[in-house]
Design a protein around this ligand. Structure first.
Ligand SMILES: [Zn+2]
Ligand SMILES: [Zn+2]
Length: 252
């Protein structure tokens, strides 16, 4: 039996316990799975003599087939249980506790042994397979055991270098970005990714900085920037310098 479960990135990364409600065929409580009404007996199936199989003649061969009378059980109910009509199981919603190990990913399948549907007339229960799906996270994207997040920095921080605060699944971490950091540069924070499921250790967090261009400047702020721009020559912006050198022929 299959059940689909959506979990958050935190739950997948750190592991958790979940209680799910599953509607499935469970052991009948009235007859305790036997399928027989209280006090009534089971008797041996007269068609197959209790073997559960009958031999059918096919020309010179005889082929063993499941007994049509007892459906292979070998015994017949004298009076079937009224709650389950002799099936020994009934549809019920049961609560099942699941332990989700740290490091699982979307698409992982967990097996909850014996928590599938009950067998007919007290037969062994099947297993429940839980398919995990990961909810999208507001901050982090997951790539295997690694996490990726984009962190905005001001253009002054990117220009002068700074120590910036970055989020992790277990609180905050500080990273240093050097002077002259360009937008979309990526920095690795070791061991701040997701715990490895099969192995020891933890993945990494990759922080991609996004340089934010200031908006809604007041008069004084604008004046300062213009003053700053007047002090700049092309050596301050080497990427622009090299670009315009290459584009020179196209501008003619
Ligand atoms: Zn029953
Ligand atoms: Zn039979």
């Amino acid at each position: 039996m299959r059940y689909d479960l959506e979990i958050t990135l935190e739950e997948a990364a750190l592991g958790c316990e979940k209680e799910i409600s599953v509607k499935k065929l469970d052991r009948c409580e009235t007859c305790e799975g036997s399928g027989a009404e209280h006090g009534s007996q089971m008797r041996t199936c007269s068609t197959c003599g209790g073997r559960g199989q009958v031999l059918m003649a096919r020309g010179i061969f005889s082929i063993a087939q499941t007994c049509p009378n007892c459906k292979g059980v070998g015994r017949i109910l004298e009076r079937p249980c009224k709650s389950c009509r002799g099936e020994g199981r009934q549809e019920r919603t049961s609560k099942i506790k699941l332990r989700i190990p740290a490091g699982v990913d979307g698409g992982s399948r967990l097996r909850s042994s014996g928590n599938g549907e009950a067998g007919i007339r007290g037969g062994p229960p099947g297993d429940l397979y839980v398919m995990l799906h990961l909810k999208a996270h507001e901050i982090f994207q997951r790539d295997g055991d690694d996490l990726l997040c984009e962190v905005p920095v001001s253009f002054v921080q990117a220009t002068l270098g700074a120590e910036i605060e970055v989020p992790t699944l277990e609180g905050r971490a500080m990273i240093k970005i050097p002077a002259g950091t360009q937008s979309h540069s990526t920095f690795r924070v070791k061991g701040k990714g997701v715990k490895k499921l099969q192995d020891h250790g933890q993945g990494d967090l990759h922080v991609r900085v996004q340089v934010e261009v200031p908006t809604r400047l007041n008069h004084e702020q604008k004046a300062k920037l213009q003053e700053f721009a007047a002090l700049c020559d092309e050596d301050v912006n080497p990427i622009s310098k090299s670009f315009f050198e290459k584009a020179k022929s196209l501008f003619r």
